[in-house]
Design a protein around this ligand. Structure first.
Ligand SMILES: [Ca+2]
Ligand SMILES: [Ca+2]
Length: 118
């Protein structure tokens, strides 16, 4: 075993930083897509419209209303980028959501889903 050099540590620190920056870019892009009037704030109306356009079912839109109150931590009725980002990061830390985000990023469908239908 060779000891870990400081170059190695710097290398991995760079990797971590760049993946964090990429994640930030993805979150920022998502945020921008939902912010239809471009004022840097998401309202429940904007989110509802966004998911409606995505073909979300009415019961999912209901869930959104409940979820919105949790994202809007300071209860201003609007979600700013910090609130949105911390929610996304929290969700990522709690689940395998990162995987599905990566799949969405590269527009890949999970092979497991199609494998279910022989
Ligand atoms: Ca807005
Ligand atoms: Ca807020």
């Amino acid at each position: 075993m060779t000891p870990v050099s400081s170059e190695d540590v710097t290398f991995f620190a760079d990797k971590l930083l760049s993946s964090d920056e990429k994640l930030d870019q993805v979150i920022r892009k998502d945020f921008g897509e939902r912010d239809s009037n471009g004022d840097g704030l998401l309202t429940l109306k904007e989110l509802r419209q966004f998911y409606k356009n995505q073909g979300a079912k009415p019961e999912r839109l209901k869930l959104l209303e409940v979820g919105f109150g949790k994202i809007d931590k300071d209860h201003t009725g609007e979600v700013n980028f910090q609130e949105y980002r911390s929610t996304v990061l929290h969700m990522l830390s709690e689940s395998n959501a990162l995987l599905s985000i990566m799949e969405n990023m590269f527009h890949k469908t999970s092979p497991n889903i199609t494998d279910l239908n022989p």
